[in-house]
Design a protein around this ligand. Structure first.
Ligand code: B12
Ligand SMILES: *[C@@H]1O[C@H](CO)[C@@H](O)[C@H](O)[C@H]1NC(C)=O
Ligand SMILES: *[C@@H]1O[C@H](CO)[C@@H](O)[C@H](O)[C@H]1NC(C)=O
Ligand SMILES: *[C@@H]1O[C@H](CO)[C@@H](O)[C@H](O)[C@H]1NC(C)=O
Ligand SMILES: *[C@@H]1O[C@H](CO)[C@@H](O)[C@H](O)[C@H]1NC(C)=O
Ligand SMILES: *[C@@H]1O[C@H](CO)[C@@H](O)[C@H](O)[C@H]1NC(C)=O
Ligand SMILES: *[C@@H]1O[C@H](CO)[C@@H](O)[C@H](O)[C@H]1NC(C)=O
Length: 481
């Protein structure tokens, strides 16, 4: 066992046995696997409800949202040590969690992290922990999703300004950085609420070419924006970026951004410039393991994760730098830019990894609300051996359209089939089934029509929020609670 492994285990043990009150107070507690797993399940279920609502075009749902927030807080409490987190153990893992907490606590509803800061925050959270923060069906952090919404809203309102395109606060690399933010949140940058953000970034590059010639840090964001979105590169931008290798106005910070940008585009024409920039970063390594301050060290680590040369000690250099970085940022995250440059580095990722993040596809494919969807057949069974004197069981096949809710499918069946009818009551959570074929449940007797997917899976959603696929089979069964 070498020293480094021993050291890591020691650090893990220290943090497993000691609650770290000085970092985030009562949020940190001892692990309890079973509670952790239950919470993960609950959040997954709540999240699938959200996905259903979003598929219907309802963007926010206060109840589910609050549930997830509470669940997430409790999950944070139990997952901070142990649990199946994808964040590494030990000091570096703690620093990542602290940075994520820093960002999430700094977000203000509606405003996010403030003007021109939202993309940096959003991409930092995603790169810090893509699994936990994925905009997917799996475990998510709802505050992150809110932050993504805040970023969208800010950007939409900016894009609508007539003077936006040539506003240098945005045109000098900021919109490009937002494009990376959009991609990290799985958003199409060519049709963002009617805007082709990618084309605007290309035009800004051409309008402000002389600025970008002198500021390759900003130019790197333009290249990263197009590359992460899998769009064709601007050859002129690549030529500027790879010119004068070894000369960096803004030192290691700039060399690091150039390495990331060049390495993102898969073209051997730029490999020499990339190698020179990498060597220049490595030459800037300090005895304490850092490359300068937290910002510079964060960017340098990110760039070194893209290392293309032949030195064998780079892995160790990255580890040492990460260790220095973790010690220097825990409890000291100072602003969004620092979190943006540091968090990916701690997670051993870079801005280039955004192009490989998994973007989930919505389950059941997002239903269209029009009835123009393809025809579907849905089997419906009703069972009662409680209310009727003789046990009742009968099945029907309903003709509906893809995108119809179960409620709509049942309404259609009622029109198609004289032997089927039902009644329901409207609640804030949708339609509650009261009676089927005249068999009405008595709430005083704690009876209800339970809604299941055949044969016996209790549905997590009601009929208004369930969107059947072709050949699905659902069961209604009189049950008591
Ligand atoms: C380019 C650059 C500059 C250029 C900006 C010129 C330009 N029009 O592009 C100039 C030379 C003006 C500059 C100045 C300073 N900079 Co400077 N700069 C950078 C650099 C290398 C890249 C920023 C960038 O282009 N980002 C990409 C674009 C798309 O994002 P942006 O948000 O629009 O970027 C703007 C801001 O970053 C702003 N800016 C630049 N530096 C600073 C510093 C502070 C404190 C603030 C609030 C804003 C700011 O100018 C950028 C371009 O418009 C970063 C490196 C890094 N790691 O982030 C350092 C960096 C941001 N700068 C830093 C510093 C310390 C300074 C100075 C305070 C240095 C000094 N002592 O004078 C001054 C600012 C003084 C002041 N007037 O308040 C630090 C900030 C650390 C911190 N927050 O405490 C960084 C992180 C470098 C580092 N590794 O330490 N900087
Ligand atoms: C985990 O926590 C729950 C609720 O706090 C408790 O009921 C359960 O006994 C705990 N399980 C273990 C293994 O500690
Ligand atoms: C931005 O500036 C360029 C160059 O001056 C000009 O051609 C373009 O029309 C301007 N765009 C907008 C939207 O004003
Ligand atoms: C990226 O683009 C290429 C060609 O333009 C295409 O073959 C590839 O599937 C795309 N990848 C993704 C993830 O979109
Ligand atoms: C690689 O870059 C060179 C120089 O810009 C360019 O001429 C060439 O077409 C690029 N190759 C590919 C495969 O994109
Ligand atoms: C390496 O860094 C030192 C300062 O630390 C500098 O003087 C020297 O020029 C650098 N060498 C190269 C090849 O960049
Ligand atoms: C519903 O169907 C049942 C059984 O077929 C029938 O007795 C009842 O009258 C129907 N109710 C309505 C309102 O059509």
């Amino acid at each position: 066992m070498n020293f480094y492994i021993k050291y890591n285990i020691l650090v893990c043990l220290i943090f497993l046995t000691e609650p770290v009150h000085h970092v985030t107070g009562q949020l940190w507690s001892y692990p309890n696997r079973s509670e952790f797993q239950q919470l993960e399940k609950d959040i997954e279920k709540a999240q699938s409800d959200i996905v259903d609502l979003e598929a219907k075009g309802i963007e926010r749902h206060q109840n589910v949202q609050n549930d997830i927030r509470i669940l997430q807080l409790r999950l944070d409490a139990v997952s901070s040590i142990g649990g199946s987190s994808s964040v590494p153990c030990g000091l570096i893992g703690l620093a990542i969690k602290d940075g994520a907490h820093y960002l999430l606590q700094k977000r203000v509803n509606g405003a996010g992290w403030g003007s021109r800061q939202n993309a940096e925050a959003v991409m930092a959270l995603r790169l810090a922990d893509p699994r936990r923060f994925s905009v997917g069906k799996s475990l998510i952090n709802y505050d992150y999703i809110q932050g993504v919404n805040d970023m969208f809203i800010e950007l939409i309102s900016e894009l609508n300004r007539p003077d936006f395109e040539n506003d240098t606060l945005w045109a000098h690399g900021k919109l490009a950085q937002y494009m990376v933010g959009l991609t990290s949140a799985c958003k199409d940058t060519q049709s963002f609420y009617g805007f082709d953000v990618a084309s605007i970034v290309r035009r800004q590059f051409n309008t402000f070419k002389s600025f970008f010639k002198s500021q390759k840090f900003a130019l790197s964001w333009v290249v990263l924006a197009l590359c992460n979105a899998n769009l064709t590169e601007e050859t002129t931008a690549m030529d500027i970026l790879s010119a004068n290798p070894g000369f960096y106005t803004f030192g290691i910070d700039e060399a690091s951004m150039i390495v990331m940008a060049l390495s993102c585009v898969d073209n051997s024409s730029y490999s020499t410039a990339q190698r020179v920039a990498e060597d220049s970063i490595l030459n800037g390594s300090k005895p304490d393991g850092s490359f300068g301050n937290e910002y510079t060290t964060g960017l340098a680590i990110q760039a070194l994760t893209r290392y293309s040369g032949s030195r064998h000690d780079v892995y160790g250099i990255i580890q040492k730098a990460q260790d220095w970085l973790a010690r220097n940022v825990i409890g000291k995250f100072a602003n969004v830019a620092m979190a943006n440059q540091v968090l990916p580095a701690l997670a051993r990722r870079s801005y280039v990894d955004i192009k490989d993040l998994k973007c989930h596809k919505k389950p059941n494919t997002a239903p269209t609300l029009s009835a123009s969807g393809q025809c579907i057949h849905v089997k419906i069974t009703a069972k009662d051996n409680m209310i009727n004197k003789t046990p009742f069981e009968r099945s029907w096949v309903a003709n509906g359209n893809k995108g119809d809710s179960m409620f709509v499918v049942m309404q259609k069946l009622e029109q198609q089939e004289p032997s089927f009818n039902f009644t329901s009551i409207t609640f804030s959570s949708g339609e509650f089934i009261r009676s089927i074929v005249g068999i009405a449940t008595d709430s005083g007797l704690r009876q209800y029509w339970q809604f299941l997917r055949y044969p016996d899976t209790v549905m997590p959603t009601g009929v208004s929020n369930t969107y059947p696929n072709n050949m699905d089979h659902y069961v209604f069964k009189v049950t008591t609670w």
